[in-house]
Design a protein around this ligand. Structure first.
Ligand code: SAM
Ligand code: SF4
Ligand code: SF4
Length: 371
């Protein structure tokens, strides 16, 4: 049994201000951070609540009935989210991903999707509009999401064995319902669909080959994610991380693989194709192979804080600026200045950093800023 650290400080309270710089920063779409990385991808968390209690993300003993979720007034409204997304697009963002918590729990999410679907990149193209979900509500919502303008979904699924799956989501949710949700998404045209499996050694590694066989030839891209040390509540231990290289070797022994070229610069997944041409898998090696050099992602929390890294301990408070009556130019300049100052590269530095022992600066939770 690993020791669980209960957070003593609510990290959501701590935040950095978002200042409007004296000199406006033009929205040319060419913004670069301090390490020359562009801003291309914005992940928007629309709720901090979830109907699952995955032990690696929202362990039950911390996220219990007394957990202080954000009140509704603290959340960005759909209009505020859309306004920010438009300004991020003007700085070069091409892809929006809605996440959470469980994004499909946010009431009327279809209305937000409709608003976001109307946005354009600096080149006048629609933004790539996608959503990460645990799949539990997809059967009910897939068609409405598609009709609202969502392009595709990524579904998280950690195994096919019903007992393993029920244990991992820790609310006894049956795997059959998620599989049905994936099918509903496919029928609604929310593809290409990706399925993400977090691999935790000692918990679900025996599901790896079974998952690969299940999705091989289906047109769905299965991606294996290394269990990460995000947040401060999941009791992460390095010996529970299964390196992607081992995942690839394990599958390759049964279903031969060949390495493929990356789909796009900044793409976090390494691609492997089945040698018989029946599709591909991806591996995301956030722990064993840092990809910070190409990281072009920003994250917007449910209450409007801008995080520059998944492992950041503080976000920049855009909500106060939004609600102060600031102009679009002011907000765009503030975003520009924050991005220009970005030096974050946690995964590259992980090995040389002291462990998060619960006493120092706390990292923000995954369920709060989204994956
Ligand atoms: N609830 C939605 C879901 O599960 O897809 C969206 C939010 S969830 C925080 C986004 C992704 O983060 C999921 O694919 C989840 O498996 C992943 N995730 C959460 N905690 C993780 C951890 N400690 N290591 C690796 N991935 C993690
Ligand atoms: Fe919920 Fe997603 Fe976190 Fe699981 S990974 S607890 S489904 S937010
Ligand atoms: Fe990006 Fe931070 Fe992850 Fe590095 S550790 S890839 S900078 S989010």
């Amino acid at each position: 049994m690993s020791e669980r650290v209960i957070p003593l400080v609510d990290q959501r309270v701590a935040s950095l201000p978002a200042h409007v710089p004296a000199k406006p920063i033009p929205t040319t779409g060419l913004l670069g951070d301090a390490l020359g990385r562009p801003l291309r991808d914005l992940r928007i968390s629309v709720t901090d609540r979830c109907n699952f209690r995955c032990s690696y993300c929202m362990p039950k003993d911390v996220f219990d009935k007394d957990y202080p979720y954000l009140p509704h007034s603290a959340l960005l409204t759909f209009e505020e989210i859309t306004r920010l997304a438009r300004l991020f697009a003007a700085h070069g963002v091409r892809k929006l991903r809605l996440t959470g918590g469980e994004p499909l729990l946010r009431k009327n999410i279809e209305i937000l999707i409709e608003q976001l679907a109307g946005l354009r990149t600096v080149d006048g193209l629609p933004l790539d509009l996608t959503l990460t979900t645990n799949g539990s509500l997809l059967t009910r919502k897939a068609r409405a999401l598609k009709a609202a303008g969502l392009h595709r979904v990524t579904v998280s699924l950690d195994g096919l064995d019903d007992a393993v799956f029920r244990r991992m989501n820790d609310v006894d949710f049956p795997v059959a319902d998620v599989l049905e949700g994936i099918e509903a998404a496919r029928e609604a045209g929310l593809g290409p669909i990706k399925v993400n499996m977090v691999v935790k050694r000692g918990t679900n590694e025996h599901e790896i080959v079974r998952m690969a066989r299940h999705f091989k030839g289906s047109g769905i891209v299965l991606r294996f994610i290394e269990y990460m040390d995000v947040g401060a509540t999941n009791g992460w231990r390095m010996d529970e991380v299964m390196p992607s290289a081992e995942v690839v070797a394990m599958i390759h022994r049964e279903l031969p693989l060949v390495q493929l070229d990356p789909a796009a610069p900044g793409e976090t997944a390494e691609r492997w194709g089945y040698a018989d041409g029946t599709g591909e898998i991806g591996v995301i090696s956030s722990v064993t192979q840092a990809f910070c050099r190409d990281c072009n992602r920003a994250r917007l929390s449910t209450e409007g804080k801008l995080y520059l890294c998944l492992f950041a301990s503080q976000g920049h408070d855009l909500r106060t600026l939004l609600r102060s009556g600031a102009t679009d130019q002011d907000i765009a300049s503030a975003i520009g200045a924050i991005w220009q100052g970005r030096e974050d590269r946690y995964s590259e530095l992980r090995a040389s950093l002291p462990p998060d022992d619960g006493q120092g600066v706390r990292r923000v939770e995954m369920s709060y800023i989204g994956g």
